[in-house]
Design a protein around this ligand. Structure first.
Ligand SMILES: Cc1ncc(C[n+]2csc(CCOP(=O)(O)OP(=O)(O)O)c2C)c(N)n1
Ligand SMILES: [Mg+2]
Length: 333
């Protein structure tokens, strides 16, 4: 895909790309810090290094569109408009969190803004996203669903079954693969016989496109095209975004499986400084304006952490809340 000139995007949009990527990065760093400090129990799978995929895709969607996310989902959720306050409270297992403090990082959902859920089951999001797309098609609604997943998840049976039906029925779904070269400690080349996972789309009758997953504009453009295709009734697209996670699979991962120098090479292509440089060189946004945006992110996160730290922990009386739907149609999104 040829890149458009950066001047074709509004200043507002470019500032949003930058602020949202900064929010994702800083949210992750703050969560890691608060886990070390004891506020957050449990695992954290951070997406540091992968901010351009979450934000580029999220910005291309409308509020009515839906996503399914993964165990590495904080960026996806923030990119779709998730509130860091309720996310941080959920991570801290506090009552006002997205899942009443009982789900934690891997289970956050917010149907009001189209977040059908993060997912601890690798490959678990595909059928839900395809089901949502089928609902949109049947109801003739102008909405798409987008399912985020990794290079490991694309080898699950659920991908193949879901892609097959979505291709057959031309459902308005976007399969968004974040190929970060690893599934836990296993390099991608030891999990699958092909390097370009976008090739898989051909077998299901829809296009597969490769995009630089560290370039927020490239990701945004590819997702806009896929969304338009989905809305026009032409069916799914598989987007393979090539990217890299800077930190371990989980916090505490000793990362002994990485070849020397690999991380350093990818850090040179860190999506946030690269984008910042582009913005400044093109004289669209000044350093001062970017500093201001970064300051506002820190304020937002201070507020989120304060909110989580001061929030009550769940009590036994709340244990059955949210377990059963009130009515059979209580689960409409
Ligand atoms: C069905 C299932 N199998 C295995 C696991 C354990 N597991 C958690 S994350 C992960 C790797 C996923 O790799 P990938 O899809 O590339 O996502 P990434 O972690 O790189 O973002 C595995 C195997 C799981 N949670 N669910
Ligand atoms: Mg991976």
């Amino acid at each position: 895909m040829t890149q458009k000139d950066i001047n074709e995007y509004s200043k507002n949009q470019l500032a949003r790309f930058f602020r949202q990527m900064t929010l994702v990065r800083e949210f992750e760093l703050r969560a890691i810090e608060e886990r070390r400090g004891g506020l957050i129990p449990g695992f954290i799978h951070s997406c540091v290094g992968q901010e351009a995929t979450a934000v580029g895709a999220g910005e291309a969607l409308s509020k009515d569109d839906v996503i399914t996310s993964t165990h590495r989902g904080h960026g996806h959720l923030l990119g779709k408009g998730g509130d860091p306050k309720y996310m941080m409270a959920e991570l801290a297992a506090r009552s006002p969190g997205y899942c009443l403090g009982r789900g934690g990082s891997l289970h956050i959902s917010d149907f009001d803004i189209g977040i059908l859920g993060a997912n601890g089951i690798v490959g678990g999001g595909f059928p839900a996203a395809v089901g949502a797309a089928l609902a949109f098609q049947m109801r003739k609604e102008e909405r798409v669903s987008l399912t985020f997943f990794g290079d490991g998840a694309i080898n699950q049976g659920t991908f193949h079954e879901s892609a097959n039906l979505a291709g057959l029925w031309k459902l308005p779904v976007i399969f968004f693969c974040e190929n970060n070269l690893y599934g836990e400690g296993t390099p991608q080349h030891k999990q699958a016989p092909i390097r370009d996972l976008a090739q898989r789309a051909e077998g299901y009758g829809f296009p597969g496109v490769i995009v630089d997953g560290n370039d927020v504009i490239a990701v945004y453009d590819a997702t806009v095209v896929a969304r338009e295709r989905a809305l026009s009734g032409e069916g799914p697209t598989l987007i393979e975004a090539k990217t890299y996670r800077h930190r371990g699979h989980y916090e505490g991962d000793p990362m002994i499986y990485r070849p020397d120098g690999e991380l350093e090479e990818w850090q040179k292509r860190d999506p946030i400084p690269a984008f910042r440089k582009r913005l400044i060189e093109s004289e669209i946004i000044s350093e001062g304006e970017l500093e201001e945006l970064m300051g506002s992110v820190q304020e937002q996160l201070d507020e989120a952490v304060g909110f989580a730290a001061n929030a009550p922990i769940p009590v036994a009386e709340e244990a059955l809340q949210g377990v059963y739907a009130d009515t059979h149609d209580g689960l409409v999104f």
